[in-house]
Design a protein around this ligand. Structure first.
Ligand code: NAD
Ligand code: UD1
Length: 332
């Protein structure tokens, strides 16, 4: 199939581009490079042997998107483009609504114009808010607490209304849990700008010596070792979930929200130990106060993905840490 990946030059989009290319699809990466760089094209070519098509553009530019969809005769779109930092979304909410919500509306208008009706949307477990029960399934009530999460929920609702208004739309919202890790080549991975907010990239920089120590945000949660528990999922498993979602869409119309997680939670201290084992480096840490807004535990019920998409995560925590380390300790 001919697939357009908005935000395809970013962390999850680039790994998904690898999976889709190796599965025989042709991918067009549409990105404004606000959080990525053009060198990605060359890295993807080194991994897959095929140069992906890159189109420089903003998702808010409806005309440019329309031309791109038409020019490449796109069958389906995977919509990764957006801003994703919770803390930043509290400071600059308008930018978040403009990129994530307005950007999606622009994309949908372009898709309607050219008659492309299949869409996979990057949503987040953030839409569930503080878990009321575990594991979190798709029937769990939504309850966002920050502008970033609200943009994801707004978009999901817009997509729901659209699918209900016109049965020719085929839409899947994938609710990612905590994507980590990198492609096994060590050529692509997550490169947060500045000091990382998320656990795994922070641990990687402590192991490499770039940062002195990890602050563990709270050791008094009601979890086995007192530290927060999350559903970390290997980004290549996540990437393969997109290929399965695209395959599902070819035979099904309507709207679905589907969790992409492993169903297994690991604590902050378990992550530290696993990373030390994978890297052979110490990860010094210090217990610090809880981070406001954090929940004790969050992990997925991934059964719907297995049932509908015939997909489940298969890579281990050791794989997640080893690939992160391969990327971190490379020349990037
Ligand atoms: P990323 O920042 O690495 O990639 C996003 C890409 O979108 C970047 O290449 C950026 O340049 C591009 N982009 C941003 N705004 C754009 C615009 N207006 N027009 C065109 N391109 C634009 O992020 P990621 O981790 O790959 O996340 C991809 C998607 O998955 C995002 O929508 C994010 O909200 C969602 N998500 C990510 C996580 C995570 O932990 N990484 C978790 C849940 C959901
Ligand atoms: C965060 C985002 C969420 C996003 C997810 C993607 C917030 C509030 N939520 O969730 O929207 O979808 O990342 O991966 O930002 N921790 C430390 N020290 C650190 C960093 C993290 O102890 O330096 C702990 C946290 O308290 C948490 C766990 O590690 O218990 C995971 O944190 P993080 O990687 O930021 O993920 P989430 O909090 O799940």
């Amino acid at each position: 199939m001919e697939l357009l990946l908005t935000g395809g030059m970013g962390y999850i989009g680039s790994h998904t581009a690898v999976s889709l290319t190796l599965a025989g699809h042709r991918v067009v990466l549409y990105d404004n490079l606000v959080k990525s760089a053009e060198v990605m094209v060359e890295r993807l070519e080194r991994i897959t042997g095929i140069s992906p098509l890159f189109v420089s553009g903003d998702v808010r530019d409806t005309d440019h998107l329309t031309d791109t969809l038409r020019h490449y005769a796109i069958d389906a779109v995977i919509h990764f483009a957006g801003l994703k930092v919770v803390g930043e979304s509290l400071e600059i909410p308008l930018e978040y609504y403009a990129n994530n919500v307005q950007g999606t509306i622009s994309l949908l208008q372009a898709m309607r114009e050219v008659g492309t009706r299949s869409l996979v949307f990057s949503s987040s477990a953030n839409v569930y808010g503080e878990p009321r029960y575990l594991p979190v399934d798709e029937a769990h009530p939504t309850g966002v607490t920050n502008p970033y999460g609200r943009t994801k929920l707004h978009v999901e609702e817009i997509l729901f209304d659209l699918a209900r208004s016109d049965p020719s739309w085929r839409i899947i919202c994938l609710r990612y849990f905590n994507p980590v890790g990198a492609h096994e080549s060590g050529l692509i991975g997550e490169t947060p700008q500045g000091i990382p907010n998320n656990l795994m990239p922070y641990i990687a920089r402590v192991a490499s010596g770039e940062l002195a120590e990890l602050l563990v945000f709270g050791d008094d949660y009601p979890t086995p070792d007192g530290t927060g528990v999350r559903d970390f999922i290997h980004v290549m498993d996540l990437a393969e979930g997109h290929a399965s979602a695209v395959a599902y869409l070819t035979g099904h119309s309507g709207w679905q929200a589907i969790n992409l997680g492993t169903g297994q939670g690991y604590s902050v201290l378990e992550m530290v130990r696993a990373f030390e084992a994978a890297s052979g480096r110490p990860v010094p840490y210090r217990i610090a106060p809880r981070r406001p807004g954090d929940s004790a535990s969050c992990y997925a019920n991934p059964e719907k993905a297995l049932r509908l998409l015939d997909w489940s995560a298969r890579r281990s925590l050791a794989d997640m840490c080893a690939s992160t380390w391969a990327f971190q300790s490379g020349s990037h």
